[in-house]
Write a protein that binds this ligand. Structure first.
Ligand code: HEC
Ligand code: HEC
Ligand code: HEC
Ligand code: HEC
Ligand code: HEC
Length: 341
């Protein structure tokens, strides 16, 4: 038996308490699914965070949470922001398969209810095991495990992905972008709620921290090979081949002034002797899925005397000043001097 008699005793009191409340028509949690008839008021993320503590903490600070407040979005969308932009940057309900603007708590951007609240119920991917759910739940909804959810807003990337897949089985968005976690859907914050949630099953699910930082150095996403040219002669150079092994463009998405740069750092006995940065691609001229780019980089005499070369492939974004570049791939070659002498 999983639970001790005391917990069961207390639980039945709680069941009775909530049961009485619900039966008496005074549902204490009805605000969680309530949207005003004119659509100007509705639930807030922090209210969900009272029980879904981890999901709320993970989501805060992500690009999704900042999709409306982002400075570049504010500048581009006008004031008040155009309704057509709010469709994806502050949406109401994507479960319907189409997107429409939300006219309350817009600062929350792509928020809990955007992805989960539809037709008065909270939709999610798992079977429901809770004794009592404070809001109506529609479990086992396959939409949450499918790339179709991401495609509601990332249509352009989805088209690239479909082309790369070309009928084969390849990884879906979630598998690369969102780490898995093991947990219960809700967390207790006081004695009563702790006992209540102890009945819920734990399951494998995914974090809500959908950020590029969370997937740094994704193995094999981009590969780089180098070869020395004109060894020992007048015009030494490096031939570099970069392959985009991702199932979408590098970078993907047409907004935000993104640039992929290759930084070459030449070291001799641990001290930097030369440095060079080349632009590999940007959102206007991305590398398509599977595309290979060849670069020829002339080297200074100092660079050819280096013993070690560090290659960092970095994603920069002008519109997010202050965000450190994301390292997509880092390679160290420790036989540079032999190649040239
Ligand atoms: C961009 C869409 C999106 C947003 C925004 C979002 N979720 Fe989710 N949520 C998902 C997806 C997708 C899953 C399924 C993850 C899996 O199991 O692969 C999920 C799963 C869940 C689950 C069940 C699994 C778990 O993590 O325990 C809960 C509860 C949940 N979300 C609550 C929230 C709350 C609360 C917020 C706001 C703080 C939120 N979600 C914001 C897409 C979203
Ligand atoms: C008073 C606590 C409480 C609050 C507040 C709350 N929930 Fe829940 N929620 C639960 C419980 C309990 C379950 C059922 C968990 C289970 O059976 O595993 C649940 C289930 C869910 C699920 C289904 C998860 C799955 O595994 O498929 C989603 C999605 C969800 N809630 C989203 C939300 C959102 C969005 C809000 C805010 C608008 C919210 N919840 C507010 C307690 C709460
Ligand atoms: C409701 C619309 C919507 C849905 C659904 C959605 N996204 Fe997004 N996503 C956005 C918007 C808008 C941005 C850009 C926000 C910004 O940078 O200000 C974004 C940004 C991102 C980023 C960039 C993150 C970063 O750290 O800069 C990634 C990665 C991403 N989304 C992946 C996903 C994945 C994977 C899914 C499916 C699980 C998904 N998105 C579902 C609208 C959405
Ligand atoms: C094989 C792993 C993989 C799969 C599958 C994948 N991605 Fe990515 N994605 C990455 C990597 C690695 C990056 C970082 C490179 C970059 O920033 O361009 C990235 C970048 C992104 C970005 C941010 C681009 C930027 O620089 O701001 C978005 C948005 C995105 N992916 C959405 C998606 C969507 C939507 C899907 C599904 C249709 C998907 N990805 C499938 C690995 C993957
Ligand atoms: C179909 C959904 C959709 C619509 C409609 C939409 N966007 Fe976006 N927007 C996205 C997604 C997804 C991203 C992030 C990935 C990318 O660049 O594609 C994004 C990113 C952005 C960014 C970069 C955010 C940052 O912080 O760097 C800006 C700016 C932006 N959008 C402005 C707008 C404006 C202005 C409109 C209205 C004219 C608009 N968007 C309409 C989905 C959408």
């Amino acid at each position: 038996m999983r639970h001790n008699p005391l917990a069961l005793g207390q639980t039945s009191i709680i069941v009775l308490f909530f049961g009485t409340l619900f039966i008496s028509g005074c549902a204490p949690f009805s605000h969680l699914t309530w949207i005003s008839p004119e659509g100007h008021d509705g639930p807030q993320a922090s209210q969900c965070g009272a029980c879904h503590v981890e999901q709320y903490q993970e989501w805060q600070g992500t690009a999704h949470a900042g999709a409306f407040t982002s400075k570049t979005f504010q500048e581009a969308a006008g004031s008040p922001a155009k309704e057509e932009c709010l469709r994806c940057h502050a949406p109401l309900d994507i479960n319907t398969g189409k997107t429409e603007a939300r006219f309350f708590h817009q600062k929350e951007g792509v928020t809990c209810i955007s992805c989960h609240l539809s037709q008065g119920k909270m939709h999610g991917p798992h079977p429901i095991s809770a004794l009592i759910t404070p809001h109506p739940v529609q479990g086992n909804d396959p939409f949450y495990l499918s790339p179709a959810l991401c495609a509601t807003c990332h249509g352009e990337t989805q088209t690239q992905w479909q082309k790369a897949a070309a009928g084969q089985q390849i990884r879906i968005c979630q598998e690369c972008h969102i780490p898995t976690v093991q947990r219960r859907a809700a967390k207790g914050t006081n004695l009563f709620s702790k006992i209540l949630v102890s009945f819920d099953e734990k399951f494998q699910t995914r974090s809500h921290a959908i950020t590029l930082e969370n997937m740094v150095n994704f193995p094999g996403s981009v590969t780089i090979t180098t070869r020395a040219l004109n060894q020992g002669k007048d015009a030494p150079a490096l031939a570099i081949t970069i392959s985009n092994n991702l199932p979408h463009d590098l970078p993907t998405g047409t907004f935000g002034e993104k640039e992929i740069q290759l930084a070459l750092i030449f070291l001799k006995e641990g001290v930097q002797v030369a440095e060079k940065t080349v632009v590999v691609s940007n959102e206007k001229q991305p590398l398509a899925a599977g595309e290979i780019k060849k670069l020829q980089i002339p080297l200074s005499p100092a660079a050819t005397r280096a013993d070690t070369l560090r290659l960092n492939l970095e994603r920069h974004c002008e519109s997010r000043a202050g965000r450190p570049p994301i390292i997509l791939s880092a390679t160290i070659i420790d036989s540079v001097s032999e190649a040239f002498h």
